[in-house]
Design a protein around this ligand. Structure first.
Ligand code: NAD
Length: 358
């Protein structure tokens, strides 16, 4: 189990240090985990003048999985585009061919009133969106803005998927459902978009390989409504890049706590990059108050999806749930009057819960 650690910028190194405490505990228990740390983003620009130095890229390609912190910061916003921190992440995603993006959204009972929706609507929510990440209208050709024969400006983008692109992400959707409650909802717009008619056809073909998963279909406009109306009906949603971009942000807001949400981006062989959905939070960096749980839950996903260690993933997720239920809070999830833990104390609490439950 070789894990590349890329802490990045801002709060990245602070929250990565807490995930490392969890790894250290498993190593002490005898797990054959090896880690190597490398620079990425603004931190790499400062040393190598490149947000994704070749050493970092090679380390990631050779690893079983990458645990990524966060990148970016106002001091890098004026750099020329190829040197911007986010370019490093985009290049890394492309080099690793990470085409499936998995974003869970879970509402912990003790935090159900943090959502902007009514508690009874979101209580018990535990779902995941599997979004295709490398195709669709974001990459389709032709694209651009041109002037037509009448002298009018015309904007064009092309929604396109070939069946192999649909097939491979559909497999991740079914496999994610197998690891959860066995329900997969494929979201499309087949009533008006031929491209998504193919999406539906191919997902139905792939379904024959997963008789243990219940497949349903939903049009994207209805899915956007159902996520707000009755989100608990969903287990796993699989959808294309454009619809997934919008629905995954909608789903994450149901939980009301950005510091708690992990994500995974996976390639064909199961190698993946695991990161919190939040950014580098420069407004709180260096203060020791960032919530490390999204980073720690990203490590849990890494164990589950790349290293196939469900047991370690379950233990980490259980420990996180336990500390939340015990009332442990970092500043971002604390209500008035609640005791506030530092980043480091929250990491220690998770490690203590892991030790107790072993
Ligand atoms: P952000 O997610 O960094 O922060 C949004 C708000 O949430 C801030 O108030 C921040 O303090 C808070 N927050 C985020 N994570 C938190 C945590 N773990 N604990 C407590 N509070 C937390 O988004 P932003 O402010 O729009 O972007 C800041 C920088 O991050 C930018 O440079 C942006 O480009 C970058 N960014 C990087 C990634 C990534 O690394 N994948 C993703 C999004 C944004």
């Amino acid at each position: 189990m070789n894990i590349a650690l890329l802490p990045g910028d801002g709060i990245g190194p602070e929250i990565m240090a807490e995930a490392e405490k969890v790894i250290d505990l498993f190593v002490a228990e005898g797990e054959p985990i090896k880690t190597q740390t490398a620079l990425v983003g603004g931190a790499a620009v400062e040393v190598y003048d490149d947000p994704l130095p070749d050493d970092t890229l090679q380390l990631c390609l050779a690893s079983s999985a990458v645990l990524f912190g966060a990148i970016g910061g106002p001091q890098y916003d004026t750099l020329p585009r190829p040197k911007r921190p986010e370019r490093g992440l985009l290049r890394l995603r492309k080099a690793m061919d990470l085409f499936a993006n998995l974003r869970p959204a879970k509402v912990y009972d003790a935090l159900a009133d943090s959502s902007t929706l009514k508690k009874e609507v979101v209580a018990g929510l535990d779902m995941m969106i599997v979004r295709e990440l490398t195709g669709d209208i974001y990459f389709g050709e032709p694209r651009g803005i041109h002037t037509n024969e009448q002298g009018l400006r015309v904007g064009v983008n092309t929604m396109t998927y070939d069946e192999n692109e649909i097939k491979r992400v559909a497999h991740w959707g079914f496999q994610a459902a197998q690891k959860r409650r066995g329900m997969l909802c494929s979201v499309d717009k087949m009533n008006v978009l031929e491209c998504t008619q193919l999406w539906r056809d191919v997902v139905m073909e792939v379904a024959r390989e997963y008789p243990d998963v219940t497949l349903t279909h939903m049009l994207v406009d209805n899915a956007a409504m159902q996520l707000i109306r009755r989100p608990q009906q969903f287990d796993v949603i699989v959808t294309g890049n454009l619809f997934g971009d919008i629905l995954s942000d909608e789903a994450s807001m149901l939980t009301g706590s950005i510091g708690l949400l992990p994500s995974a981006s996976l390639n064909q062989s199961g190698q993946g990059l695991f990161e919190p959905i939040h950014g580098s939070a420069p407004d709180i960096a260096g203060q020791g108050i960032a919530n490390p749980l999204a980073q720690i839950l990203s490590l849990a996903m890494l164990f589950r999806y790349s290293l196939k260690r469900e047991d370690l993933a379950d233990r980490v997720e259980f420990a996180v749930e336990e500390v939340i239920n015990q009332g442990m809070r970092t500043k971002d999830i604390a209500k008035a009057g609640e005791r506030i833990l530092s980043t480091s104390a929250m990491g220690d609490a998770v490690v203590a819960a892991l030790k107790n439950n072993n």
